[in-house]
Design a binder for this molecule. Structure first.
Ligand SMILES: [Zn+2]
Length: 143
């Protein structure tokens, strides 16, 4: 999560909402990829930290399935990212701050653990939640 927080800081430098993500290999230690929100930087509405990290991890592994991998992200995934996480077959999603307005991993929706879907990653929330949330509140206060 410290690495994801560092990624989030890079998003803010580019004027993007500070959200960062990393994908860990099945050993739980090796960092396969990282990503931060680049919506403003690339004018791409889908350039969320999780989507970028998932794409890079799949490229690194040379396959789209990220079975056994863990995605760590500073903010609860939105519906798009939750869908991408299900599609990527990651085993585990770890997030920091909850997103009561748009979260899709337990707050507003729970897409990743929807029993109607055939893949449901484990979800661990609240890791360094205060640090993750503080980045966001500082960012919006400064704007
Ligand atoms: Zn998202």
């Amino acid at each position: 999560m410290r690495l994801a927080l560092a990624e989030a800081g890079r998003a803010a430098e580019g004027g993007d909402v500070p959200v960062g993500a990393v994908v860990l290999a099945p050993d739980g230690r090796t960092v396969l990829s990282a990503g931060h929100n680049e919506r403003e930087a690339t004018s791409d509405p889908t350039a969320h930290a999780e989507v970028l990290a998932i794409r890079r991890a799949a490229a690194e592994r040379g396959e789209w399935r990220l079975s056994g991998c863990t995605l760590v992200v500073t903010l609860e995934p939105c519906t798009m990212c939750a869908g991408a996480l299900v599609q990527s077959r990651v085993d585990r999603v770890v997030y920091g701050a909850r997103d009561d307005k748009a979260g899709a991993a337990g707050s507003l929706w729970d897409v990743v653990r929807d029993r109607r879907l055939n893949h449901r990653p484990e979800v661990i929330e609240g890791v360094l939640a205060d640090d993750c949330a503080r980045l966001l509140t500082d960012f919006f206060r400064d704007r």
